[in-house]
Design a protein around this ligand. Structure first.
Ligand code: SF4
Ligand code: SF4
Length: 700
């Protein structure tokens, strides 16, 4: 008995010491980061709900049924088998130990064995999935490409060891008469039957050896976990608890330096804009990096990675984590770096973003900020925020960005729109309309009978295809009798491309100007056709004091249809597929209204592409990529066009001018005869107008 106690405690002390030292280092590393923005603990109900659904319910993991179920079984298996650990420690000192009150109930013995077997099955499933998707065979298509493969196999081996050693000592316990459960523990009973012929003395030894072995395996597992990517076992739950709610999409975070909001009118001398070094990230950023499971779900959905660009959100997060760990001795040494080992000192000199740096510029600038990674990530890592934060530093502190971005930024600065057309031409789109559009003059307030301010947007004013959408929406609102006015030359770019590119200064300038104009005009309700304008106006302008009720035109039009103020009359005989724009769908959860509109038009046969709604594949235009070259890999818009054409549709509908441009280019590139690309409003107008078979109608 004494041997059991001494060896058991010795193992525990050594393992706890090793694990504790590592955890302390990780804690100190997290503390070396910047303070996180306030609000990370606000909204307790939503956070508790997230813990229940994301962590206990494994909601995101279960979106992929087979690996999700295997993970669910492993997760719950470890929770339930935690009870056997308590029983094991109890049995060290008292061979007859059982959990107080419930410790001899057959259902508990059954439950423990059931999950032990379930975990074994899950290990087999994980192994099969890994063998099926070997990076050596699938290359970059494998979601495990770039993951620590050896470490993952070691963990699977350790989980297997945890279960078989557990069953071994439980089986022996049954034969020595020390097992708490007279009935129910079916797997242990099978093992007991196998061991029984060895006799009581042998079973006595096996029980003690098995118990020490089982504890030893669990403790070794603990040490391995805190030194590996399986650290997520401990960090995932807090990471989910402190994540942005409802999700890290929609608005970008305002810029903070040292935890304080940067005043762009009078920035402080020491203010750092964005992240230029690993220690510029907040502790939540560090927690994100420590939480990555290397599952590759983000990578499998990333439009950049899927079209041969070097950006994988998984590899990006892993690189940041590996760099943080390698630089840790330097960061934690305080001001005296004399004793820091050479490797850590060298890592400290590595730039965060540079050729040969932790992240290369091609990786950083490949992101479309589509949010597919954030949507997929089972541990709620906030990739887009981190990417844009690194862009902010590059642009504002280093003046380093892709060459073509200079043209975009210059146009935004001087003309207030990405094309450089200028405010004076913002009303050109109204010229061919056969009804008047009310335009607010400088300083004029929105009249009482104008319910909405129609935010036309730069694309809606200047881009040929988007102009058709502006005209269609204007006509539909006019038909429905909705009062609205536009700003005309008083409107300027919302600043979305500048912000996503990292030029926060320019975003602030443009956005403040717009907030001032809208506020002075007494605007309360805004309707817009652009998913990016929608996102900025609805989600980001409140950061600058501009709080408006913003609706996307598909929301307003579907409501007008429901109220009977618009009536589709002419059938549109077409097979239509709808592409969910990332900034409307994934970022803002507007999925139903565009489909409701299409569903209201007689003759329309709606067909969904394989990737749809939350899983929609980006068109390639977001994150200011609309104005950047795409020299690496294949083109994202063509990949998405192929998915949409595969539905057999003759009309590709979207609800964002950027998407429509990108997909129209894709259709032209694929020379898809007879396929038109249009805004949802164009399809509706064709039916409302009662013009039979207007050949231009589908694109108007
Ligand atoms: S936001 Fe989109 S493009 Fe950027 S890393 Fe995530 S999935 Fe890739
Ligand atoms: S970032 Fe999230 S989705 Fe991507 S590999 Fe890590 S845990 Fe998986």
């Amino acid at each position: 008995m004494a041997v059991r106690v001494i060896l058991g405690l010795l193992l525990t002390v050594v393992a706890s010491g090793l694990a504790g030292r590592r955890l302390l280092m990780l804690y100190r590393l997290g503390r070396a980061g910047q303070p996180a923005e306030p609000g990370r603990t606000r909204g307790v109900a939503a956070r508790v709900r997230a813990e229940l659904t994301e962590v206990l319910g494994q909601r995101k993991l279960l979106k992929w049924t087979v690996p999700g179920t295997a993970h669910l079984l492993t997760f719950w298996g470890f929770l339930i088998l935690g009870l056997t650990l308590i029983e094991g420690y109890g049995a060290l000192v008292d061979r007859d130990f059982h959990l107080p009150w419930i410790g001899t109930q057959p259902w508990l013995g059954f439950l423990e064995d059931l999950f032990a077997v379930a975990v074994l099955l899950a290990v087999l499933v994980f192994a099969a999935i890994r063998l099926r998707h070997l990076p050596a065979r699938e290359g970059t298509r494998s979601r495990f490409f770039g993951s620590h493969l050896g470490g993952a196999w070691l963990i699977l081996f350790m989980i297997f060891n945890v279960v078989w050693t557990l069953l071994l000592y439980r089986g022996a316990q049954i034969n020595t008469g020390n097992f708490p459960y007279a009935d129910g523990a079916f797997a242990s009973e099978v093992v007991a039957r196998v061991l029984a012929p060895l006799g009581t003395t042998a079973n006595d030894v096996i029980e003690t050896a098995g118990l020490l072995l089982a504890l030893g395996v669990v403790l070794t597992f603990l040490v391995i976990v805190v030194h590996s990517k399986h650290l997520h076992i401990f960090t995932a739950a807090p990471n989910v608890a402190f994540s942005r709610r409802p999700r890290a999409l929609g608005a970008l975070q305002p810029v903070r330096s040292g935890g304080k909001l940067v005043d762009f009118d009078d920035p402080g001398e020491d203010d750092v804009i964005g992240r230029g070094a690993i220690e510029d990230f907040t502790w939540k950023g560090m927690l994100d990096f420590a939480s990555c499971t290397e599952c590759g779900r983000c990578q499998s959905q990333c439009p950049a990675w899927n079209t041969g660009k070097p950006l994988s959100p998984k590899l990006l997060i892993m690189s940041l984590r590996d760099h943080a760990l390698a630089k840790a001795p330097y960061l934690l040494a305080g001001d005296d770096h004399a004793g820091v080992d050479a490797l850590a000192a060298a890592e400290a000199q590595r730039p965060l973003v540079a050729e040969g740096g932790v992240i290369t510029p091609d990786v950083l600038w490949s992101c479309t900020t589509c949010g597919a990674c954030v949507e997929q990530c089972p541990v709620d890592i906030e990739h887009v925020d981190h990417i844009v934060d690194m862009r902010r530093y590059q642009v504002v502190m280093e003046a380093s960005f892709p060459r073509e971005a200079a043209v975009l930024l210059r146009n935004l600065e001087h003309a207030g729109d990405p094309w450089g057309r200028g405010a004076a031409n913002r009303l050109d789109w109204t010229a061919k309309l056969d009804f008047p559009v009310r335009v607010l003059g400088d300083g004029e307030a929105l009249p009482d009978d104008a319910e909405y301010l129609f935010w036309v947007g730069c694309a809606g004013a200047f881009d040929e295809r988007a102009v058709r959408t502006s005209q269609a929406v204007a006509e539909l609102l006019h038909t429905a009798g909705v009062g609205y006015a536009v700003l005309g030359s008083g409107e300027t770019c919302t600043g979305d491309p500048a912000r996503r590119l990292g030029n926060e200064l320019l975003f602030q300038e443009l956005a403040r100007q717009n907030v001032a104009t809208l506020t002075a005009a007494g605007v309360r309700k805004i309707v817009t056709t652009c998913a990016h304008c929608f996102n900025s106006l609805a989600n980001e302008y409140p950061q600058l004091g501009g709080t408006f009720e913003v609706v996307h035109h598909t929301q307003l039009l579907s409501r007008l249809l429901a109220e009977g103020r618009l009536t589709p009359v002419t059938p549109v005989q077409a097979t239509v597929t709808y592409h969910d724009p990332c900034y409307l769908g994934r970022h803002n959860r507007i999925f139903a209204p565009p489909r409701d509109i299409l569903g209201s038009v007689a003759g329309v046969r709606l067909t969904e592409p394989d990737r749809t709604r939350e899983r929609s594949f980006c068109c390639g235009a977001g994150g200011a990529r609309m104005w950047l070259e795409e020299p690496l890999g294949t083109r994202i818009n063509e990949a998405r066009t192929d998915e949409l054409l595969a539905t057999g549709a003759d009309v590709v509908a979207a609800a964002c001018p950027y998407c429509i441009d990108m997909l129209a280019d894709g259709v032209a590139q694929r020379a898809a005869e007879g396929v038109t690309v249009t805004d949802v409003a164009g399809v509706l107008l064709r039916s409302v107008r009662a013009i039979p078979d207007d050949p231009e109608g589908a694109t108007r």
